[in-house]
Ligand binder design. Structure first.
Ligand SMILES: Nc1ncnc2c1ncn2[C@@H]1O[C@H](COP(=O)(O)OP(=O)(O)OP(=O)(O)O)[C@@H](O)[C@H]1O
Ligand SMILES: [Mg+2]
Length: 469
């Protein structure tokens, strides 16, 4: 795993989770600590005050060894689980609650503690009470005043260890709960991260496969989110690439096929002329065929080159105001020969006498030529051609309709492809290469106009738009 997304997310979120839980753990522990210690302190204060009251008389009478006081202290020691000391007005310990503390009798407490008591303040301390206690304890101290005169104090010590022992179990449970939560959070994180990174890795793998030329590769990602969208876009891209690749293959196959047959016949006739198989009186005839075939070859290479240039946008467009009806009439005249030969019935209905349009003269002429050429070529003998102009939404529409066999809509969609020739034109009209409409489509799109084809029962209609001048 290099510097993968998975690793990055895992580290970032992992650190966030750990920090979050650590803060939670620390705060919980602090709250527990405070709660237990506070609770305990309150109890100590309460008892301290009581003992202080009781100790007052004893201290006043100067009889620290009073039986009743000592036995009271001992009961409290048991009950509170705390040690109690009574000090006199000089801070000297005069009574203790437990027998193993008797060694402390007669020792003096630190003067700062005594000062607080003298002033009438209570004491609160944590630790081993200036080295006088064997273990860390919580201490609460109360001064004793008799007749407004400071006469000593009571100190209650509770072992912190004893206090903490009680909530060790709670500590343990809390820590376990936190550890388990961290583990679960990490587990969920891991699953989520894999849900993101696995499909990404799959996409990247598929991209490599496609880059290697295998365009059939598809993804199936069902995450129901943006990654699935990405996967779908990827599949669409792969499909387009596959189609482009297929077109490219077909194109090469078509070009090779369409170039080979004229070249083979040219070679055959020239060989025949050279080796004398073709007699001198027939040479002229065959040389004319060779010339025709050469012209056809020049036409297809020129057209392919032109189409390539147009598709790369290397075509000059000079739009100028033109008279459309005039241009159409001139085309009709140009195709008059074919029209009369096939005894075609031609109708031209214009919606106004003069129609000024804004277009490129040469390109518009190419469009009209190709469409007229097709119409004349594909209309059966004694059929009819109708050219009609009309105005729609600020544009001129030119329709060229001719009779003929009905064409399936699937077939109609393909007429724009390079080298696409209908079955009919393969047999009878060998002249074409199926490039005419591809060029028309390209020109129309460069002129930013529209062209479409529709088929009727026994007719075909091509319609294109031109901007009005
Ligand atoms: N007016 C039409 N009527 C019926 N079929 C048509 C018509 N125009 C085009 N087609 C069909 O569309 C195909 C493609 O037309 P396109 O003009 O691109 O090629 P072509 O005329 O066969 O060859 P080229 O134009 O290169 O000489 C034709 O072969 C034909 O099958
Ligand atoms: Mg054509």
């Amino acid at each position: 795993m290099r510097n993968s997304i998975q690793k990055k997310l895992f580290i970032t979120y992992g650190v966030a989770i750990i920090i979050g839980f650590a803060i939670l753990a620390l705060s919980l522990l602090r709250i527990f600590d405070q709660y237990f210690i506070e609770n305990r302190k309150e109890l100590l204060h309460e008892q301290g005050r009581k003992v202080a009251r009781e100790a007052a008389t004893v201290l006043y009478l100067g009889n620290p060894n009073s039986r009743s006081l000592i036995s009271d202290l001992q009961v409290l020691d048991k009950f509170l689980d705390a040690h109690i000391w009574v000090v006199n007005n000089e801070g000297i310990i005069v009574a203790v609650s437990g027998s193993n503390e008797e060694r402390l009798l007669g020792r003096q407490i630190k003067s700062e503690k005594l000062d607080s008591l003298t002033k009438g303040d209570s004491i609160e301390a944590r630790g081993n009470f200036d080295g006088m206690l064997g273990e860390s304890s919580l201490t609460v101290g109360y001064p004793v005043f008799v007749n407004n005169r400071f006469s000593g104090g009571v100190l209650v010590h509770a072992s912190l260890f004893e206090i903490q022992k009680n909530f060790k179990e709670i500590y343990r449970l809390t820590l376990w709960a936190i550890l388990i939560s961290v583990a679960i959070a990490y587990g969920i994180l891991y699953i989520q991260i894999r849900r993101i990174s696995n499909p990404l890795r799959e996409i990247s793998g598929a991209a490599k496969v496609i880059a290697g030329g295998e365009f059939h590769k598809r993804l199936s990602i069902n995450t129901g989110d943006e990654i699935e969208e990405l996967g779908n876009s990827f599949n669409n891209m792969a499909e387009s690439l596959e189609k482009i690749e297929e077109n490219r293959r077909n194109l090469i196959a078509n070009i090779s096929h369409d170039l080979r047959s004229p070249m083979t016949s040219i070679r055959g006739f020239i060989e025949g002329i050279i080796d004398g198989t073709i007699t001198e009186d027939k040479r002229g005839h065959y040389l004319n065929i060779v010339l025709d075939e050469s012209n056809r070859l020049i036409k297809i290479t020129n057209e392919l080159l032109e189409l390539g240039n147009m598709q790369q946008g290397r075509i000059e467009i000079n739009k100028e105001p033109l008279e459309l009806n005039e241009a159409i009439r001139r085309k009709l005249i140009a195709y008059e020969k074919g029209i009369t030969e096939k005894k075609l019935d031609v109708v031209f209905s214009m919606f106004e006498e003069k129609t000024l349009v804004l277009s490129d003269r040469g390109l518009l002429e190419r469009v009209l030529s190709n469409l007229m050429d097709n119409a004349v070529k594909f209309t059966p003998e004694k059929g009819s051609i109708e050219i009609r102009t009309s105005e729609k939404e600020g544009r001129i529409e030119v329709e060229i309709t001719n009779t003929g066999d009905s064409i399936s809509s699937d077939e109609l969609n393909r007429v724009w492809e390079r080298f696409h020739k209908g079955d009919a034109s393969r047999g009878i009209y060998k002249g074409g290469y199926g490039l005419g409409l591809a060029i028309v489509k390209e020109i129309i799109s460069q002129l930013e106009e529209n062209i479409w084809v529709s088929g009727g029962e026994d007719s075909v209609k091509f319609t294109f738009t031109i901007k009005k001048a």
